[in-house]
Design a binder for this molecule. Structure first.
Ligand code: FE2
Length: 461
């Protein structure tokens, strides 16, 4: 079921749709009529273009947005490396160059909360592949934040679009283009370059993130499913313009001197900062196709078999980041929501498999039907990684249970939601993911599959 509304909802208005052209104005008359960059934009605003694709990208891929703001974003002193680097991104952004490539199945206990970190210092790369400088590949992260970002800070990534999957705690995200409230069981995507600030209205927050160094998320093709199903376009929500022109926003009126705003950028996985005397959240109006958005996973229209066997897990794809090869994704975001299983004479959990893709899984809440046993288990806030051709499947306890289960219509996953970042790339694991976080379950494989029984009886039933 969809995430239920609560008190924060009144603060937000959204524009509904996926990959749409949207326009939003915080005051009447801020959007120029009939052109993008008039000699004098309305209301004394500056026009600034934010491009998410090459200007010349085909129309169906083109993502550009015009911002009408009080001061342009270029108005700041030079960036410098941050004084206290986030070491989990690698000093100097070298996390991706120092990966550990491991054929073993990996599973992590729930990652620690960090009461001292904000969203930026609490962002830890766990795994990834490719190179942000070449705009190739992707990376998987855990975030754990115990405090809101300061009101006079903003963060952006030059490395890619960031998909956030909250697992605990609400994220109240102020972006240049407006506010997004993102709760567990909702996801959001913050595009490359968009500046934002993360507040924690309900306390500590923890979750997962996937950054695309290349391309953008699209909805998967539906093929014979038809024109509706899986994640429906109308359920995606983009923010409306919201800006700050308060007394401190431009440093003119403060009695104790101009207020400074700190902008942090992740640039090739290293953090740089600058300070400026004006708020980055001064976009009065915008229009275009490049913007942050969110989606309620409870609205996912889950589709499965009504005869026998079950489809490949690609049937659960919410968003897809295509590679240049049709049908092959740099990353798919896939969920395993509550659903009815009715397949006759069918082994209902996921089968044993080895894939050419790598699978990074997390659990937002509840349990996962293929992982009932195993010391430590697969529990909310933890993760697993089954890399290219690393065999896996239900653990011994789950297998025996499913093999002997009475098959009747059965609801699985009530109150639960697992998800997967599936990539066509072989992903490496960072030092933080393998060692520093100290959450790797040492005997995951042995505990899961070490006691699988032999059912073979010499060729006889
Ligand atoms: Fe798998």
């Amino acid at each position: 079921m969809p995430v239920t509304a609560f008190e924060f909802d009144e603060k937000y208005q959204y524009q509904n749709g996926f990959d749409c052209y949207f326009e939003s104005s915080g005051v009447t008359g801020a959007l120029p009529l009939g052109q993008n960059s008039p000699q004098k934009p309305p209301l004394g605003l500056y026009a600034e273009k934010l491009s998410g694709t090459a200007f010349t990208a085909p129309r169906h891929e083109n993502k550009q947005t015009w911002l009408y703001r009080i001061l342009p974003s270029c108005s700041h002193p030079p960036f410098a490396p941050v004084a206290a680097p986030n070491e989990s991104l690698g000093i100097g952004g070298e996390a991706l160059k120092k990966m550990h490539y491991i054929p073993n199945q990996l599973r992590w206990d729930p990652f620690d909360h960090d009461p001292h970190a904000d969203f930026v210092s609490g962002l830890h790369m766990v795994a990834g592949a490719g190179d942000a400088t070449l705009k190739q590949g992707c990376a998987m992260y855990i975030y754990a934040a115990g405090r809101s970002m300061d009101d006079r800070t903003a963060f952006y990534s030059a490395d890619g679009d960031l998909l956030l999957v909250p697992q605990e705690g609400v994220l109240d995200i102020r972006t240049e283009l407006g506010w997004l409230l993102v709760r567990p069981m909702e996801i959001c995507v913050i595009p490359r370059g968009v500046r934002y600030q993360v507040h924690l209205p309900t306390g500590p927050a923890r979750g997962y993130a996937l950054e695309l160094f290349q391309g953008h998320f699209v909805l998967p093709e539906l093929g014979p499913i038809g024109s509706n199903g899986l994640a429906n376009a109308r359920d995606f929500q983009a923010p409306v313009a919201s800006f700050d022109d308060g007394p401190d926003a431009f440093g003119q009126t403060a009695s104790d001197g101009p207020k400074e705003y700190t902008i942090t950028v992740k640039f090739n996985n290293a953090l740089f900062q600058t300070t400026q005397r004006h708020t980055p959240f001064d976009v009065v109006a915008w229009h275009g196709t490049y913007y942050p958005f969110k989606y309620d996973l409870g609205r996912f229209n889950t589709i499965g078999t009504i005869s026998y066997d079950h489809p490949d897990p690609s049937i659960f794809t919410v968003l897809s980041a295509p590679s240049d090869h049709a049908g092959t994704s740099i990353a798919d975001f896939v969920v395993f929501p509550p659903r009815w299983l009715v397949g006759e004479d069918t082994f209902r959990p996921p089968w044993f498999h080895r894939n050419t893709m790598s699978e990074f899984m997390g659990l937002i809440r509840g349990g996962y039907d293929a992982k009932k046993g195993g010391k430590g288990g697969f529990v909310p806030g933890g993760a697993s990684l089954h890399n290219v051709m690393s065999g896996h499947g239900p653990d011994a306890e789950s297998y025996e249970g499913a093999r002997n289960a009475e098959l009747k219509p059965q609801k699985v996953g009530d109150g639960s939601c697992a998800f997967m970042f599936e990539s066509c790339l072989m992903v490496g694991v960072t030092d933080w993911g393998l060692r520093t976080c100290q959450k790797v379950q040492e005997k995951y494989s042995e505990h899961s599959w070490g006691e699988l029984k032999v059912h073979w009886k010499g060729g006889k039933e």
